[in-house]
Design a protein around this ligand. Structure first.
Ligand SMILES: O=C(O)Cc1cc(O)ccc1O
Ligand SMILES: [Fe+2]
Length: 453
């Protein structure tokens, strides 16, 4: 018996070696980090191998239709009830939840920010999250929040789960390790990862940086899924095999640890004497994943005109109303521009959906300057926007030969709900007061006479 316990304690070193991933989106996966840990032929044996506890993690109602039914079976050192003791309320003052109509003096407008300032003190991932906007209502499981983060310290004995929604994490500077109950993901800028609602995890730093910065979409609604491709057919855009789910990995640690929980906008912490990341094996289809945005295969205009940005949807979270996303995650990746007799950048527009954008690297084709990597912009419901004056002049007068748009990766969280600005966002020192001046040069050309002006 003792010998077996000894063996078990040594085992984690072996599973430290390489991070492994399983390809596919929404697949039914199975994975074990110790041989024989995963029961075969049933979910709930009378006794599990290695003395593990069996536990189901449900990401959909039990009775959801097959296509949206998601759950995983976890085989762990202790059941999750032992990873929560008595909770104490705590405060994460910068992490806000919808509905949240903040008091601030900023009037309506198109808004743009330079990156979050580098933290002046030590902050871990949880402490480094700053909510920029909230939308919808967490209590009805609809809407989302757009957060930016900047942090510089590991979560060591601190763990977190979010009952309010899944977290789509978009690193912009600095690679991170996201160690979840179901396994570890190393995620670098230009990759994204998703931590499902309710999944325990911690985030640590990879490499050397001054700051680790990025964006998060907290989706309170139905889970992100792949958009239908319609007439595009069976391939291109985000291909399922490029989504990578981690293999099982666990931490066998008996030290004082804290589990932090976000639940309906409030935060709670509980102290335990061990790591909650103790899942030795699991199977199922409710699981985290990462995705490299460089593997997105864009389909676009090959003759004329600028299509709607929905052609670049990586993931969509439906709202229940057809074609009206709770939130879409859309990217603007490198691509060829070949459209003839066309104004190639985004057109001027107003949109019932609300657009929060970030820039991962390079330059965005609608903005010649001011929208910098790590920066953010908000074009809220029905507020007009489009290329700045310099971009308009260039695109209206440039020679329309095939041009490869390179060195660019922007993204958008686009929601059906108006996005409410937080006080933090309204008062952030990196808010660009002069943003709207980027359109000031768009002067009247019309003089009542026909002809191209
Ligand atoms: O506003 C933006 O820059 C995002 C965007 C890009 C595009 O190509 C078309 C519409 C749109 O909202
Ligand atoms: Fe837009």
């Amino acid at each position: 018996m003792l010998e077996k316990a000894e063996k078990q304690r040594k085992a984690p070193a072996a599973q430290e070696q390489a991070l492994g991933y399983m390809p596919g989106f929404g697949n039914d996966f199975e994975t074990e980090s110790l041989p024989g840990a995963l029961p075969q032929g049933q979910n709930s044996p009378q006794k599990c191998e290695y003395g593990l506890y069996a536990e189901q993690l449900s990401g959909s109602p039990f009775t959801a239709p097959r296509g949206t039914n998601e759950r995983s079976w976890l085989y762990r050192i202790r059941p999750s009830v032992r990873h929560t003791g008595r909770f104490k309320k705590i405060d994460y003052p910068h992490w806000k939840t919808a509905p949240h109509i903040a008091e601030h003096s900023l009037a309506l407008g198109q808004l743009r920010w330079s990156p979050l300032p580098t933290p002046a003190k030590t902050l871990d991932f949880l402490e480094g999250i700053r909510t920029m906007t909230t939308a919808g209502d967490v209590l009805t499981q609809s809407g989302m929040a757009a957060h930016a983060y900047a942090f510089n310290a590991d979560m060591v004995d601190d763990y977190f789960f979010n009952a309010d929604g899944e977290l789509l994490i978009v690193p912009q500077t600095g690679a991170i390790r996201v160690f979840t109950e179901l396994g570890k993901m190393d995620v670098e800028p230009s990759e994204i990862c998703l931590v499902p609602r309710g999944t325990m995890f911690k985030v640590t730093l990879l490499g050397k940086e001054e700051v680790w910065r990025g964006y998060i979409c907290e989706n309170y609604g139905a889970k992100f899924t792949l958009p239908d491709r319609g007439p595009i057919g069976a391939n291109c855009l985000a291909n399922p095999r490029d989504f990578k789910t981690p293999v099982a990995a666990f931490e066998d640690k008996e030290t004082p640890c804290r589990v932090h929980v976000k639940w309906c906008g409030s935060f709670h912490v509980t102290e335990i004497g061990h790591s909650p990341l103790d899942v030795v094996a699991w199977h199922g289809n409710y699981s985290p994943y990462k995705y490299d945005l460089k593997t997105f295969s864009p389909v676009g205009a090959i003759l004329f005109d600028h299509p709607d940005p929905s052609i670049f949807t990586v993931l969509t979270a439906p709202s229940g109303e057809e074609g009206t996303a709770n939130v879409d995650f859309v990217i603007f990746p490198p691509r060829w521009l070949v459209a003839e007799h066309t104004f190639r950048p985004p057109w001027y527009h107003r949109n019932i959906m609300s657009e929060f954008m970030g820039l991962i690297h390079g330059r965005y084709d609608a903005k010649e300057e001011g929208f910098v990597p790590g920066g953010m912009s908000l074009h809220n419901m029905m507020l007009p926007h489009g290329p700045d004056s310099t971009g308009f002049e260039k695109a209206s007068n440039g020679e329309l030969k095939p041009v490869k748009l390179e060195n660019t990766m922007a993204f958008m969280f686009e929601t059906r709900f108006p996005q409410q600005l937080t006080k933090f966002a309204a008062e952030l020192e990196t808010l660009q007061d002069n943003y709207i001046d980027c359109w000031a040069g768009l002067e009247r050309k019309f003089d009542g006479t026909p002809g191209i002006k």
